[in-house]
Design a binder for this molecule. Structure first.
Ligand code: MG
Length: 300
């Protein structure tokens, strides 16, 4: 039942709050993704990919369409200056929305060929932008525009805005999707959702060690998801991973132990922390946006 909290470990009782209920904040969308919270305005943005729009929700005010014709945007994050960074499916690029509302293209090609369809994005403390590039936006017209794949692989990229260099940091995933760093950025977590189009394909989160701020090694499976796939996820300050699944949200310890879950009757695509205390988990789940207050805080 939606809102049920299932604990698999004592620790989860401290990460959740027994008196708190799951709230549905907004519904009526087609496939919600890419939640990102903006502390300055105390609001949340997220993508409604097939409806080609970015939505906005503000506590006490409600929701509205923030951007029409979003190029079938998917993952979002904010940079250190509080600007919106967006993965766009149809235009196959990563953009930044400036404070004056204009849009700057940060990346749209690699090796002279168009990107597949950037999916999810995260900014590291050094200002570099890391994003995944599976083909979900070019496989059909539903989430973008059906088009040939030009890249040889579905890569994970690192974009250094200072030098302008765009480098492949992972090239051996089936369909890389969500990504996030551990609190000390010594580990990068990246999900592979290949199960979506390949029978018995990957449905796991992998962990990779990060050296020199950018060199990855020791790629290993961190957690398998049995129901659905780990599309997107975020970490709390203790390094626990809160990931989307087909049946809600699951929480794993830094050691990969399943601590507990929040049941939701819609397939979850992604989550993010927000609210003035950064202790509210916002959840994009198919047609709806949900939230729940937690006993922990998200990584800033
Ligand atoms: Mg995704």
């Amino acid at each position: 039942m939606s809102g049920e909290i299932i604990s698999h470990d004592q620790k989860f009782l401290h990460l959740t709050i027994p008196t708190v209920k799951l709230e549905r904040l907004c519904t009526g969308m087609l496939w919600t993704e890419g939640p990102v919270y903006f502390p300055l305005g105390d609001y949340l943005l997220w993508s409604d990919i097939p409806n080609n729009r970015i939505m906005q929700w503000m506590d006490g005010v409600g929701s509205r369409i923030y951007r029409e014709d979003s190029n079938n945007s998917n993952g979002n994050t904010r940079d250190h200056q509080g600007r919106l960074i967006t993965c766009e499916h149809r235009s196959r690029r990563v953009t930044r929305t400036e404070h004056d509302g204009s849009i700057t293209v940060l990346a749209d090609s690699y090796d002279g060929k168009r990107l597949n369809s950037p999916n999810d994005v995260v900014m590291k403390s050094d200002g570099t932008i890391w994003f995944t590039d599976p083909p979900y936006g070019i496989l059909s017209d539903f989430e973008g525009k059906k088009s040939p794949q030009e890249q040889k692989a579905c890569n994970v990229f690192r974009l250094d805005l200072e030098s302008g260099s765009l480098d492949v940091v992972i090239d051996d995933f089936d369909k890389p999707n969500g990504l996030a760093f551990s609190p000390d950025e010594s580990v990068l977590y990246v999900s592979d959702t290949g199960i979506s189009h390949t029978e018995n394909g990957p449905r796991h989160i992998r962990a990779l060690d990060v050296a020199d701020g950018k060199t990855l090694s020791n790629s290993r499976v961190f957690a398998e998801i049995e129901n659905g796939a780990p599309d997107g996820f975020r970490l709390d300050v203790e390094g626990n991973i809160w990931t989307s699944t087909g049946g809600g949200v699951q929480c794993f310890s830094p050691e990969g132990k399943l601590l507990g879950e929040i049941v939701i009757d819609e397939m979850v695509a992604n989550v993010t922390f927000g609210g003035p205390k950064n202790n509210r988990l916002f959840i994009t789940a198919t047609t709806s946006l949900y939230s729940i207050f937690l006993g922990t805080n998200g990584l800033v």
